[in-house]
Write a protein that binds this ligand. Structure first.
Ligand code: HEM
Length: 421
């Protein structure tokens, strides 16, 4: 989705024209005008999905946070994205689609592998992985599709932590994206249903191999932990482990890669911020947080009401669906001054890009580490960069992704190939 400000004309984006479900609007335009209007005029908004499921939307920061924090009134087990508003077939079986107490059975043992402390300890390994991915490309300069390159960034952060062998680091991201946006032209491999089938088939084959291997030789990784955890008094069965591997890989790939691309694009469009950053590398941590707020790669998170609850002043009943628009909350001027400005010095920056509450992203710390390392490598290797062709966006109301980002890279003189030679 393009990053825009509020509508110039206050009469633009009338409520009657708003459709938050339509994936085409995310591929070719932006929903920032619509979210701005909804925050102002209709904080609880009702519409239907393309396949006819009615849902409510909350767009203000405080309502989004209230829905996500209240996991007693709102369940994740029905499904958490609009694409499966009718019910997710993995509901109740994967970490992101479970309610308490089963959710804690999976979350507590796995989160230790990705804590802030564990992730910072791994920075050296992550830096070596990131260098393998970007160093030669950055140092050579020229036109590069950054979106394509960044697709492989998430594995440099959590490939080893999940337990995935390096041989599949190239393949998993492509199929993970096809699984989440099967009708986007960049990932489609035939019709959407066919693409989804291929993606599931291939990922299931990869994870089945991995499970067999970890059963034989356990390590200190997510798959090995899933295999031995206590899931309500019994071990997980093969299918449950497999579905959870899938969730961890999807969670990593479909988000981290796109924050990286949005960050590079935001910097290319703001040479003054890039210069400031090169002169003040201590801005990197703030830049990463602003990149997360700016990109907000998961546009919405869906919940199902399980007991009567007030949402933005209206009583909702069990069975109703509520989409909490995280991307809108992150532009709410009740919380963020100048929300449409990209400002690495923003402080505090209480963005909701990782969600909040019981399901808050478990992979946040490794994502923060890898994004920081990427920016440090850019500072060390690149003098400047600019957009060199059409930028295309993902056709998805769920993930705010960039599918193609041609960028002309100019390496710092000391690293240009002639100078290296
Ligand atoms: C910039 C990067 C990332 C962003 C913005 C992000 C965003 C999110 C969000 C918004 C949630 C909450 C979902 C909900 O409430 O329903 C979430 C959960 C999750 N994320 Fe991330 N994520 C990122 C990176 C990662 C990485 C690197 C992993 C790798 C392991 C990961 C794995 C997960 C998992 C397993 C969950 C489910 C946690 C739970 O339900 O307890 N994410 N993520």
């Amino acid at each position: 989705m393009r990053m825009t400000g509020p509508p110039d004309d206050e009469h633009a984006d009338p409520l009657s024209g708003i459709d938050l479900g339509d994936p085409d609007r995310y591929a070719s335009g932006a929903q920032h005008g619509a979210w701005h209007r909804l925050r102002r005029d209709a904080p609880l908004w009702r519409q239907e999905t393309g396949d006819g499921f009615p849902f409510w939307s909350v767009t203000r920061y405080r309502d989004v946070a209230a829905v996500l924090m209240d996991d007693k009134s709102f369940s994740s087990a029905h499904g958490t994205i609009l694409a499966v508003a009718g019910g997710d077939s993995a509901g109740g079986r994967t970490i992101n689609l479970m309610d308490q107490p089963r959710h804690a059975d999976v979350r507590l043992p796995t989160m230790r592998l990705m804590s802030t402390h564990a992730s910072r300890q791994r920075t050296g390994q992550v830096r070596a992985n990131v260098r393998r991915l970007v160093a030669a490309t950055f140092d050579a300069g020229g036109v590069v599709d950054i979106a394509r390159l960044m697709l492989n960034l998430p594995m440099t952060a959590v490939g080893e932590t999940i337990g995935l062998p390096v041989e599949v680091w190239d393949e998993v991201p492509r199929w993970a994206m096809a699984g989440v946006a099967p009708d986007d032209p960049h990932y489609a491999d035939g019709p959407a249903a066919e693409t989804l089938k291929k993606a599931h088939h291939r990922l299931i084959a990869i994870f089945s191999d991995l499970i067999r291997q970890k059963q034989a030789t356990p390590g200190d990784d997510v798959v090995s932990v899933l295999l031995k955890l206590d899931f309500g008094g019994r071990p997980m069965d093969h299918r449950e482990v497999l579905l959870n591997c899938y969730s961890f890989a999807m969670g990593a790939v479909t988000t981290t890669a796109h924050v990286a691309s949005h960050l590079v694009l935001a910097l290319a469009e703001r040479p003054d911020v890039w210069r400031d950053l090169r002169e003040n590398p201590d801005l990197v941590a703030g830049l990463v947080e602003e990149g997360l707020r700016w990109a907000s790669p998961t546009n919405h998170l869906l919940r199902r009401v399980v007991k009567p609850v007030d949402v933005a002043g209206t009583r909702l009943e069990p069975g109703e669906l509520v989409a909490a628009w995280v991307a809108s909350a992150n532009r709410d001027d009740a919380v963020f001054a100048r929300p449409y400005e990209f400002d690495p010095r923003r402080s505090p920056n209480p963005h909701l890009a990782f969600g909040v509450g019981a399901h808050r992203c478990i992979g946040g710390p490794p994502a923060q580490v890898v994004l920081g390392v990427l920016i440090e490598e850019m500072i060390a290797r690149l003098e400047s960069f600019e957009v060199a062709g059409p930028v295309t966006h993902l056709r998805s109301n769920f993930i705010n992704g960039i599918t193609s980002l041609p960028m002309e890279l100019r390496p710092v003189p000391a690293r240009r190939p002639a100078a290296i030679a």
